[in-house]
Design a protein around this ligand. Structure first.
Ligand SMILES: Nc1nc2c(ncn2[C@@H]2O[C@H](COP(=O)(O)OP(=O)(O)OP(=O)(O)O)[C@@H](O)[C@H]2O)c(=O)[nH]1
Ligand SMILES: [Ca+2]
Length: 497
């Protein structure tokens, strides 16, 4: 018993000095780890906002984007937080009453004021970009297009946001920014991964944009856009076909069938039993067809359907010109196109149409896709209406035509084969943001994609904390070892020789 007490009294660990040193050491280490964890923790997030109005040929849409405030110049992910579809048609349809173009935006602008926090309004950039509808109006009647812009500007200047201007995008910009959007959202740019091509089908124009290894931009410089993004160089091929959006191609297909000014046409691109009276002057009121208006035609014609995919495809093919190509290879209308390469994302009307037709699965062989469309086109119009009571008739009547146009454009126009067709993905959104040119446009104008790779911290947060913890533990062990001289001796029995 007394030996035990003696041991306890002699145990240096029980001296006050050692206890104090140990406690201070532990507190110091806990403090070190806590500071390390707190110091490097992301600060609570504040957001910035940007607004883009997409003034398309068929309608205008407003998109609100949001990103963490402290990261706007490097890695912060910009996300779409809200979209608003402007009621009515595109701004180019207000050529004869321009003030209405400005008024049409009011509701969506009010919605944007609700969605963006008030204290951020004045610093939120607001852009309007117009595409093929305004390109056509500008070609046809530039003073009317100027008036539409004036009306739109007047409406947007009234908003509390930081209005940055309204302009017509070139076809090249429209194609290139669509490509930037898709690849930014897919995280392909920052990581330097193989990029995805972009296929955009609008109402009045269509764009194709992709990177091809065998294309350096020299063969057709007007189709080339060079980018340096996050330290990687891209030589993008892009082309926008004006008049090859689906609404204008439908006009061209109808113009093709009404050249003799008939009173009735039997259109294979519309369902059997479909019958509608259409006005010649409305049909030909577009620069895409106006020079072909038949002389001496009656006021209207009876547009009737007979639902034949094969015959419809022949008509659609006739709107492409395959005869002349002064380059090594062309898509159509004498436009250069390098060899198709890589995966493609096909959005806007590509998605609306293929999604309605249940044909977004591109692992379905192309022949099967054609068979399905053949059966769909041949279905009587009354039956189609019964099967889809909730679909707007002006959309419903056109899916046979639009599906036929999409397949023809992809295979005959751009030269997708039954193999490369499966590289196409029909998409609407990527990670919650709509695929389209607007996000790429805003990223570019706000300099949010740097040319060089951003300096990243040498260690991610978790790695930093782990290393500090390991060092702290090592210090504990060292500390304990340094007290070794004070350790109680193990009282082993002495060897008796
Ligand atoms: N079926 C269907 N069609 C749609 C829908 N929204 C738009 N469309 C049609 O799809 C086509 C393309 O639409 P958008 O991509 O909005 O075209 P846009 O931007 O107005 O036209 P561009 O200026 O040529 O780009 C047009 O013919 C529209 O009428 C939809 O929800 N469903
Ligand atoms: Ca568009």
């Amino acid at each position: 018993m007394s030996a035990q007490r003696e041991m306890k009294e002699k145990n240096p660990w029980h001296t006050p000095v050692t206890i104090i040193i140990t406690v201070i050491g532990v507190i110091a280490i806990v403090a070190l780890v806590t500071v390390a964890v707190l110091q490097n923790r992301p600060v609570s997030q504040k957001y910035k906002y940007g607004i883009v109005l997409d003034a398309g040929s068929s309608h205008t849409a407003l998109y609100i984007y949001e990103w963490p405030a402290e990261k706007d110049n490097n890695t912060g992910r910009v996300e779409q937080t809200h979209s608003c579809k402007v009621k009515g048609k595109g701004i180019s349809s207000y050529a004869s009453e321009p003030w209405k173009a400005g008024e049409s935006l009011t509701l969506c602008m009010q919605e944007a004021e609700q969605k963006v926090p008030k204290k951020r309004h004045h610093e939120t950039p607001l852009y309007l970009g117009a595409t093929a509808g305004m390109r056509l109006l500008n070609m046809e009647n530039s003073s009317a297009s100027d008036k539409v812009f004036q009306a739109v500007e007047k409406a947007l200047q009234k908003s509390p946001f930081s209005y940055q201007g309204a302009r017509i995008l070139s076809g090249q910009e429209e194609g290139a920014f669509g490509w930037v959007t898709v690849n930014y959202l897919d995280d392909r740019l920052m990581q330097g991964l193989e990029t995805t091509g972009a296929l955009d089908l609008g109402g009045a124009s269509t764009q194709i944009s992709f990177v091809s290894d065998n294309y350096d931009g020299s063969e057709s410089p007007s189709n080339s856009v060079a980018f340096r993004l996050y330290g990687n160089d891209y030589n993008l091929y892009t082309h926008s076909f004006l008049c090859y959006g689906k609404d204008q191609v439908l006009r061209m297909a109808l113009a093709q069938q009404t050249q003799s000014g008939p009173r009735t046409i039997l259109d294979p691109c519309f369902h059997p039993g479909y019958t509608e009276i259409k006005n010649y002057s409305v049909l030909y009121d577009s620069p895409c067809v106006s020079d072909r208006k038949p002389q001496g035609a009656p006021v209207s014609f009876n547009h009737r359907g007979n639902g034949s995919f094969g015959q419809c495809q022949e008509i659609v093919k006739s709107v492409f010109n395959f005869t002349s190509c002064k380059y090594s290879q062309c898509s159509f209308n004498g436009v250069f196109q390098p060899l198709l390469q890589g995966p493609f994302g096909a959005f806007s009307a590509y998605y609306f149409v293929m999604n309605f037709l249940n044909l977004t699965d591109t692992s379905i062989p192309l022949d099967t896709v054609k068979d399905k469309l053949t059966r769909y086109c041949a279905t009587p119009w009354d039956q189609i209406k019964l099967q889809h009571p909730n679909v707007k008739l002006n959309y419903l009547e056109e899916y046979c035509f639009s599906g036929t146009y999409i397949l023809t454009l992809l295979t005959e126009g751009y030269n997708f084969t039954s193999e490369s067709y499966s590289n196409i993905k029909f998409i609407k959104k990527i990670k919650g943001s709509d695929a389209g040119w607007t996000l790429g446009y805003m990223l570019n104008l706000t300099n949010m994609i740097p040319a060089e790779a951003p300096d990243s911290p040498p260690l991610p947060h978790a790695g930093y904390v782990s290393i500090v913890t390991i060092i702290a533990l090592l210090l504990v062990v060292l500390f304990i070892l340094s007290l070794r001289p004070l350790w109680p001796r193990c009282s082993k029995q002495p060897h008796i020789i």
